[in-house]
Design a protein. Structure first.
Lengths: 379, 651
């Protein structure tokens, strides 16, 4: 296929576009969301209206948004990528000064009907902006230092703003997603090697100097790092939740205690049991089989996305889909490893399952972008 | 070498290659997550199932032992006693048929509980997280306590436990200075960004006033934790690990429990304050405020009837009059006026002033307390007989600003920094002050009033003691209350000299000597007979009302004929021994009448007590007074005279 053929290939128009939607993907997403409603129903003790119903409504609003975004031509999203990025930065600055304080951090804008978390929106805008950037520059410049600096700045800016909220989890995810986008775009591996080497050196330096007269941080800063890495050192805070979460997960066994049979009173102390820690309920009630099924569903989504990216021959579309896939993956990896005690506790929801407006809506919009890329794929 | 741009297809292959690399990474992570799920849910499932089904790990805070307070000799002033109590955990109690209410009802049948306490417990259970144990009954007898333990199976969520509670063995002696602890209130938590987790323990005791409050951070200590295994109804099965809290620091005060006890008892039911200060170090040896109250009442939660009695008493038992009360110093201020005039050079030690019984200025007459006047007086006699006219005259010469400056140098009108609550600054007025506060010019009459410690001048007993200590030593002594924290001595800064020459100070000291030992001294009746403990001092009588010209015509109404609240305040300041001063004292008896009759005897007893370390020996008193003194001492109910060396001491 030559460049010429590529451009003249026709994409579907009108309602015919709906036929080209990735229906298996829509099905899997809906299955995950349904599992989420079940869990929310169970956690509320059989109360449908408490969490399950609003979450259901949000999902359908998200679904509508996905279809609308998916029906828009992909070039439109390429054009609006940088404006979206600019708006995202402005919103982040806005919450910095006027946002509501929730859980000790400024993260939210009150829209009246829901609380918007601009840091979530920002990640999608960043994915769009980077995809757009790499679809436009001459490929010979990709690894030119000058052309590497620009995307790095575009990644660092929102990362720093999110870090100031402070929201360490989302900041780290923003950084990781941006880095992976650059990696996918083909930036020379030397850069990544250098950054990883420097970071490893810095960490090694900080820790080997500990206790010597030349140590780089104050003692209390070291202690803070210790508690972050080892929550058991703070048994009344994060560590307590982690211990109880693991007991809940582990006690589920092979097939779980059954729907609505989880001994929820045990988790009454968990303030996030319907949001960040929702996986513990799944593990307790549906056991290992339930947990692994969810993991399989998530993996299916990732496989669909990566395959869609590989098949696509439009550079913006490809990078966009990979970005969305990496973002989706990061949510899962960070949340699950946190809940299962493999990583420090940071506030990251489980996509499509956790109760919450911003994350659901943003994930669905991201899937909308993926659909726009799939539907308007040059054929 | 420039190369051609790649085609979309070539670029696409590049992306595919990188995408596959990313996929491998993601796949590895997914595999790791799956493996972890397997480990938790299958491989180690039995362990966790056991934990979940049978037992549950709970983490409880262990409150540290609060630091104890000791007097300078190691006598316990504030300690901790064992407290048998019952706590209830909502999470477990609500599992019982009938819920928390039923459990509480049953508990009421076993131990005596007021309905107020039950209501408060229910409220606390509502407010706190379900897994936080809430105390519902405290200070149980051993009988009741074991009753609860035996009935444990019928009382899910109820745990009998032994805690520590504050106890003040010296009862009312140190109530004002040491203060008391009480349960954390919502007001205590207001505005605290990240409160110490200890403060969130229901009914945790923190210092409310006095030393308990101001040294809270030293006394409190750090929380410990214990990991316990509890069964499905919340009964503690075993303790997995225990990390003791860091006990609070023990604090040693400069006070002497024996002296304090004697002085407090000596003040009796008067509304009065007495401070004794070591003039060399500034150590406060006793700070008594009467009447007093029992701080233990507050620790247990004072009954509203008891509280009402304390609040409505016109003798204000809750106030720490030593630092909180401000009084016109009356004639005890005359040393300040004299030193200001001497230091300025407007008078010398030989200057004489004629006192006809009044002083005329700007058409007004200002009276001396002695109607007929003192005739020609010098400095020494003016102090000895407390002639007012002498001070009217010299204050006019030197001017109020110099007097105020001297007053401040001697520690008046200054807030001395001590760990006590509601320390008053008092007032040392000058021209600028009146301009600022009253928007009026300073008048001659104001100076005349201030010269004898009336008018705008206000001082606390503590300030008067500091003043006396500084006059006695010529050094800028600062008061000190905390002797040591955790055995580490609080350093005493070397005191700089006052800006008054030694001979001028000596002249004033001679006057104070004459007050007590001169033939016509106003406090001769309270002199000390023992050569080694000769006392110097100055009486003061502060009017709290105006004496009109008409009243002066018909004869001034005697204090005893006035209602208590309108009688004069009696004051006395002094130090001993005269030759080599060791302790200074200040006494204020509110509405006590004359300083020589009401305050001086108390001051003498207090000083002798400090010098001898307990009850003063009768041999120190003039022989003719001994029988009366002995009778008085025998009437005092003292804690230490019979306890003797059995007093609880620090090990």
């Amino acid at each position: 296929m030559s460049f010429f053929e590529n451009r003249t290939a026709t994409a579907p128009t009108g309602l015919a576009k709906l036929l080209h939607f990735h229906w298996p993907l829509v099905l899997v997403i809906s299955a995950i969301a349904t599992l989420g409603w079940l869990m929310l129903y169970s956690i509320a003790g059989g109360d449908f209206s408490r969490w399950a119903e609003p979450q259901m409504n949000r999902y359908f609003i998200g679904l509508a948004a996905m279809f609308w975004v998916g029906l828009m031509p992909i070039w439109f999203w390429n054009l609006t990528a940088w404006p979206a990025y600019a708006i995202g930065i402005l919103l982040l600055l806005f919450v910095e000064f006027f946002g509501s304080v929730g859980m000790g951090a400024q993260r939210w804008i009150d829209l009246g009907f829901m609380m918007l978390q601009p840091s979530e929106l920002m990640k999608v805008a960043l994915i769009m902006a980077l995809a757009s950037y790499y679809s436009r520059i001459d490929d010979r410049l990709i690894s030119h230092p000058l052309w590497v600096v620009l995307p790095v700045v575009a990644i660092i800016a929102p990362t720093v703003l999110v870090l100031m909220q402070p929201n360490l989890g989302t900041a780290a995810m923003t950084l990781a997603v941006g880095g992976m986008m650059m990696f996918a775009a083909g930036v020379s591996l030397w850069y990544f090697g250098a950054v990883i080497g420097l970071a490893a050196g810095a960490v090694a330096g900080i820790f080997t100097m500990r206790g010597t007269p030349w140590q780089l941080l104050h003692d209390y800063q070291y202690r803070r790092i210790d508690t972050f890495l080892d929550p058991a050192a703070d048994p009344l805070g994060a560590g307590y939740n982690i211990i109880q979460a693991q007991i809940a997960l582990g006690s589920g066994g092979w097939s779980g205690k059954g729907f609505m049979q989880g001994t929820q009173s045990r988790l009454n102390f968990l303030p996030e049991k319907h949001t960040d820690f929702i996986f513990t309920t799944l593990g307790e009630e549906f056991g290992y089989l339930g947990a692994i099924s969810l993991l399989v569903l998530y993996t299916l989504v990732l496989v669909f996305l990566v395959w869609a990216a590989v098949r696509n021959r439009d550079r913006f579309s490809q990078l966009l889909i990979i970005g969305v896939a990496v973002n989706f993956f990061m949510y899962i990896a960070v949340n699950l490893s946190m809940v299962m005690g493999m990583a420090p506790v940071v506030g990251v929801p489980l996509p499509l399952l956790s109760y919450g407006g911003s994350a659901t809506l943003v994930v669905m919009i991201a899937f909308g972008l993926v659909h726009s890329a799939i539907v308007h794929r040059p054929r | 070498m420039a190369r051609k741009p790649k085609t979309q297809a070539e670029l696409g292959e590049g992306v595919t290659r990188r995408a596959l690399m990313i996929s491998v990474g993601m796949g590895a992570m997914v595999a790791a997550l799956g493996a972890r799920m397997y480990r938790l849910g299958v491989a180690q499932s039995d362990k966790y199932r056991l934990l979940a089904e049978e037992n549950r790990i709970n983490i409880r805070l262990v409150p540290p032992a609060r630091g104890q307070l000791f007097d300078r000799a190691g006598t316990l002033i504030a300690g901790n006693e064992q407290n048998y109590r019952v706590v209830i955990t909502k999470e477990d109690a609500s599992k019982a048929i009938g819920g928390v209410q039923m459990v509480l009802d049953r508990l009421c049948q076993i131990i005596p509980m007021a309905s107020d306490d039950v209501a408060e417990a229910l409220k606390a259970l509502e407010r706190n997280s379900p897994f936080v144990p809430i105390p519902v009954a405290e200070r149980l007898s051993w009988q009741d306590f074991s009753e609860v333990a035996i009935n444990g199976p019928a009382l899910p969520g109820v745990t009998p436990e032994v805690g520590l509670s504050r106890h003040y063995p010296q009862v009312g002696d140190f109530a004002h200075v040491v203060g008391y602890v009480g349960p954390v209130s919502e007001k205590d938590l207001e505005g605290v960004e990240k409160p110490d987790p200890l403060l969130l323990i229901p009914r945790f005791q923190i210092g409310k006033i006095g030393v308990e409050r101001w040294l809270e951070s030293d006394l409190r200590g750090g929380a410990g934790t214990r990991q316990i295994e509890v069964n499905a109804v919340g009964r503690v099965m075993r303790e997995l690990s225990r990390e003791e809290g860091i006990a609070g620091a023990d604090v040693t005060l400069t006070l002497d429990a024996r002296v304090q006890n004697f002085v407090q008892a000596r003040l009796g039911s008067e509304s009065a304050a007495c401070v004794i200060m070591d003039v060399q170090t500034g150590d406060l040896v006793a700070t008594a405020s009467a009447p007093s109250f029992d701080p233990n009442l507050f620790v247990r939660g004072i009954a509203s009837a008891d509280y009402k009695v304390l609040i409505e008493d016109d003798h204000r038992p809750l106030a720490n009059k030593v630092v909180q009360g401000t009084y016109p110093p009356g004639s005890t201020f005359k040393m300040v006026t004299a030193l200001a005039a001497l230091a300025d050079g407007v008078i010398d030690t030989e200057t004489r002033v004629n006192c006809p019984g009044y002083y005329e200025s700007g058409g007004r007459r200002f009276h001396c307390w002695r109607t007929g006047g003192h005739g020609s007086v010098d400095l020494e006699r003016s102090l000895m007989e407390s002639c007012d006219v002498f001070y009217y005259e010299i204050a006019q010469r030197v001017g109020i600003d110099k007097v105020a400056e001297m007053g401040r140098q001697l520690g008046l009108g200054i807030r001395h920094d001590l760990p006590m609550s509601a320390i008053a600054k008092g007032n040392m007025p000058d021209k600028a002050w009146k301009e600022r506060v009253h928007k009026a010019d300073w008048r001659i009459g104001d100076t005349i009033n201030a010269a004898i410690g009336q008018g705008y001048v206000l001082t606390s007993p503590l300030q008067l003691a500091v003043m006396t200590a500084r006059i006695a030593t010529g050094k800028h002594i600062e008061p000190r209350l905390i002797k040591a924290v955790s055995g580490v001595e609080t350093p005493i800064a070397p005191a700089p000299d006052l800006m008054v020459s030694g001979e001028k100070l000596a002249a004033v000291q001679r006057g104070m000597f004459a007050v007590m030992n001169g033939e016509t001294g106003t406090a001769r009746g309270s002199r000390v007979a023992d050569e080694t403990m000769i006392m110097c001092g100055k009486t003061g009588t502060a009017q709290v009302r105006n004496i009109s010209a008409a009243e002066r015509e018909t004869g001034v109404v005697r204090n005893e004929d006035l209602p208590w609240i309108r009688r004069d305040h009696a004051l006395f300041v002094g130090y001993a021994p005269a030759e080599n001063p060791r302790y200074a004292v200040a006494v204020v008896v509110e509405h006590g009448g004359g300083g020589s009759a009401a305050a001086a005897p108390i001051a003498r007893d207090a000083l002798l007590s400090a010098l001898t370390g307990g009850i003063p020996p009768l041999s120190a008193y003039p022989a003719e007074q001994r029988p009366a003194i002995e009778e008085r001492f025998n009437a005092l109910s003292l804690r230490f005279d019979n306890l003797g060396s059995q007093a609880p001491t620090k090990t």
